[in-house]
Design a binder for this molecule. Structure first.
Ligand SMILES: [Zn+2]
Length: 320
């Protein structure tokens, strides 16, 4: 995990924010039309958020949202329900209802189109999920334009969209999976997982900590949520971003109380330690991150806050 700590070049220094575009003169007719022209240039974000990072184009795509009870006992499994309810209330959230979001990411490097995780796929469509493939196509990325599908880990909400019926959903793609993750599920003999990824093994490259997917996209071991869970460090033209996958899965509970146990985490203590380590580095480096279960567009920042972190959703940082 040395990349976060050794490379402190500062995200904003490299970003070249166009300060002049922020200075809009006020209250004349000419200004009004200038503002309108500028406003019409703003991307329609909808269910697909498109940002630039150096020479890369990055899309976060909402595969769907799932309301349900919670966050306790899924989050704060080892806590009293009242403690979780209190933290939710403090943060203006309902105490016993929770909406989970599912947000795969696409990175177009200019040479290659790389998709990270595949959402729920066809099985989710009855519940309004599984929208990834359709939304990507609308955004200009047809299924056969995807060169590589990276799986951060092998939970159903990440591998559900690998297949459309009997056919691979992204027919031209090769695959990248963490070696430790694949080995774990294959040793377990997990039928649902192996049915999805096993037939793709010949087209899969298995990576470990510090290995590149392509130049500028580096896998990092972030074990705990699953035994081989991987996150990715993205860098293009000196601009940096982290793809944290399922390191933190509730933007309040997992970040403000990183040590609280989470039912979905295979190894509760390792997951907590990984959360502190990963978000400690992201906070120290002040770089943006994309988290698969953060509220759409799943893009934001963290800063140290109390004994944990505070999530700061991205707004227009990438649009000006
Ligand atoms: Zn997940």
């Amino acid at each position: 995990m040395s990349r976060f700590t050794t490379s402190r070049r500062g995200f904003f220094a490299g970003a070249g924010l166009a300060a002049s575009s922020l200075v809009l003169p006020a209250s004349t007719m000419a200004t009004a039309s200038a503002q309108e022209a500028e406003a019409s240039d703003m991307p329609d974000q909808g269910l697909v958020r498109r940002i630039g990072l150096g020479g890369f184009t990055i899309l976060t795509v909402s595969d769907g949202m799932r309301p349900g009870d919670g966050p306790h006992p899924t989050f704060g499994e080892d806590q009293d329900p009242e403690a979780v309810a209190e933290l939710m209330a403090e943060n203006f959230l309902p105490e016993t209802r929770f909406v989970n979001g599912f947000t795969p990411t696409l990175i177009d490097t200019g040479n290659e189109v790389i998709l990270f995780d595949t959402g729920m796929g066809a099985n989710g469509r009855a519940n309004g999920m599984g929208r990834l493939r359709g939304l990507l196509e609308q955004a200009g990325y047809a299924p056969d334009s995807i060169d590589t599908v990276v799986l951060t880990h092998l939970h159903p909400d990440h591998i559900g969209g690998l297949w459309e019926g009997e056919e691979p959903a992204f027919p031209e793609a090769d695959y990248v999976i963490g070696q430790a993750e694949y080995d774990h599920w294959s040793a377990e003999g997990a039928e649902n997982v192996m049915n999805a990824v096993g037939p793709l093994a010949e087209r899969t490259r298995f990576i470990g900590d510090g290995e590149d997917v392509v130049s500028g996209i580096t896998g990092m071991a972030a074990f705990g949520h699953t035994p081989g869970h991987m996150i990715f460090h993205i860098e293009s033209d000196g601009e940096r971003l982290a793809l944290t996958a399922d390191t933190a899965n509730h933007y309040v509970a997992s970040l403000q109380r990183p040590d609280w146990h989470v039912a979905f985490d295979a190894d509760k203590e390792a997951a907590a330690q990984t959360r502190r380590q990963v978000f400690g580095m992201i906070a120290a480096d002040r770089i943006p991150f994309i988290g698969y279960h953060m509220p759409f567009p799943a893009l934001g920042y963290v800063e140290e806050f109390g004994d944990g972190f505070r999530y700061v959703p991205a707004t227009y940082q990438f649009d000006v």
